[in-house]
Design a protein around this ligand. Sequence first.
Ligand SMILES: CC(=O)N[C@@H](Cc1ccc2ccccc2c1)C(=O)O
Ligand SMILES: [Mg+2]
Length: 368
Amino acid sequence: MKITGIELRLVDLPLVTPFQTSFGVELSRHALLVRAATDDAEGWGECVAIDDPVYSSEYAGGAIDVLKRFLIPAVLAPGRVTAAGVAPLVDKFKGHRMAKAALETAVLDAELRIAGLPLSGYLGGVRPAVPVGVSVGITDTIEKLLDNVQGYLDEGYGRIKLKIQPGWDLEPTRAVREHFGDDLMLQVDANTAYGPADLPHLVKLDPFDLLLIEQPFDEEDLRTHTRLREMSTTPVCLDESILSARSTVDALAIGACDIVNIKPGRVGGFLEARRIHDVCVAHGVPVWCGGMLETGLGRAANLALAALPGFTLPGDISSSARYFDRDLTEPFVAEGGMMAVPTGPGIGIDPDPQALSELTTWSEWVTA
Ligand SMILES: CC(=O)N[C@@H](Cc1ccc2ccccc2c1)C(=O)O
Ligand SMILES: [Mg+2]
C-alpha cells in the first residue's frame, strides 16, 4: 500500500468533570491523532500519550517530535508499506511505543478499510459485544464518590474501578463496598503510587473482596508486586509495567501478576497487543482492555481488541459521555454494561468532520 502522506492532528476535548488520579487532575483530553492517507482510503490512529510524562515517560509533544523526525520518515521511505511492516521499520528507534502504536494503527486501519475487513475480525474477535466498566476518579469527599458510583451504576456499568492513592484508599473502598453490597464488581487502580513500605497497608484491602488491585507499585518494580501477591488475597493486575509480549513473559515468570490490563496504545499497537493476549491466554492469565480516555476513534479500536477470547474481564471502554460532552465520532454508548463491537471495515467509524474541525487545535502534514 502506498501512503501519500501522514497528517498529525491535536484535538482538545473538554472532560465533563475533572478526572483525578494519583498522578494529577485532568480537565480535558488533548489527543494526538495520526491519519494515514492513501489513494483508496485513509486510516486513523490515536496516540494515548498525555500532555505531561506522568503516566509514562511519553508525552504528546515528544510523540509529535519522534513521529515527525524519525518514525514517519522511516515508514514512508520504502514507498510502499503494510501494517505488519511498520514495527520492523521503526524498531531501530528505541521506545516511544505510544507514538509507534498510533502510526501502526493508522496504517492498519487504512489497509483494512481497503480490504473491507473489520479490525475485530482481523485480530480474531469472537464476540459481537463486550462487557465494559468505568474508572472513577478521586473525589474530595466520600459522599461525592458514592454519588458518582451510584450515577455510573444507574447508567448500567457492571464493574466499578476506583482510583486510589496514599490517604485515599481503605476508606473510600470500604465505603463503596459497604454502600453497594458484596455483589458489586469492584477494583482499584493506584497508578504506581505506593512503595514497598506500603505492603502491609495494601493487604488491608483484602476484606473488600476486590476483583484486582491495579499497578500499585512503580512500572519497573515487578518484585514488589510479587511480594504483594505472596502477602495478599487480592489479585494483582499490571498496567504501566506491561510494555510488550517480552515484558509480559518476564512479569508472569516472576509471579508479579494474576491479571493483565492490555492497552494497545501503551504497548506499540494492536499487533503487539494481540501477542500479549496470546501469551496471557497460554498462561491462563485473564486480560482486559484498559482505557486512556480515548476519543471515539481509539474507543472503536479498543472494542475490536476487547472481542478477543482472552478478554474475560470488563474493560475501561466506557461510553463517550463518561468523559466528553462531544466526541469526535458518533458517541459510543454502553447498554446494560455492554458495548457493541464496530462491524465496519478497519476501526469501523469515521470522525465527524465538523467535530474534527472545531476540536482541532493544531495539525501538520508530513510527507516523504
Ligand atoms: C481510565 C483510566 O483509569 N485510565 C488509566 C489512567 C489515566 C488516567 C487519567 C488520564 C487522563 C487523560 C488521559 C489518560 C488518562 C489515563 C489507567 O488505567 O491507569
Ligand atoms: Mg491503570
